[in-house]
Design a binder for this molecule. Sequence first.
Ligand code: PCA
Length: 224
Amino acid sequence: MPSPKKPPPSSVLLTGFEPFGGEAINPSWEAVRALDGWTHAGALVHARQMPCVFGAAIESLAEAMDELEPRLVLCIGQAGGRAEVTPERVAINIDDGRIADNAGQQPVDVPVVPEGPTAYFSTLPIKAIVRDLRAAGVPASVSNTAGTFVCNHLFYGLMHELARRAKPGVRGGFIHIPYLPEQAANFPGAPSMALATLVEALRIAVRTALEVERDIAETGGQLH
Ligand code: PCA
């Protein structure tokens, strides 16, 4: 008798960025690539590296989404100077480069998507992710700005793609992470997080995003 066929695993797309701004490594790619091939709840994680380039980053992401048809897309980026793992609440429709990207482009006050909405909210359960990270001993907070550089750009592009594709139940969002210790060593006083902690944090974020359908109501606000 032929053995019953297992359904193909659904996929999770995890992205990290190439290094930028003179750094030799990017913690987002180091952490993401450690999870390539991990499965949880029948979902297989695919790690992809994105260029730190306006435009090209969104193109690479859209290609990976076409190929994998993921049920969850989690984009990760470095936020040097932050001390915590920070799920982002909102992507805004603006590119404003304080530094040039890896292709030398430095757009100022250009929309990510002309005629696109002003902003998109993450569809990840960001509060539940913060709760679960803290419970596991990982410093975490909701962030209310992803900046105006390539991370916000990719986050906006992701949410725009998801809105365009309109596949029910497919979720996406962005998480910023601190420097690795070896990077922070070049910036005395800068906070950092060990790679093993970052990898564990992303495992928790994937797990919570797959399992928690409705986000919890708990404050993630800031006074300013
Ligand atoms: N961080 C940058 C872009 C790439 C990355 O890892 C940012 O926060 O915009």
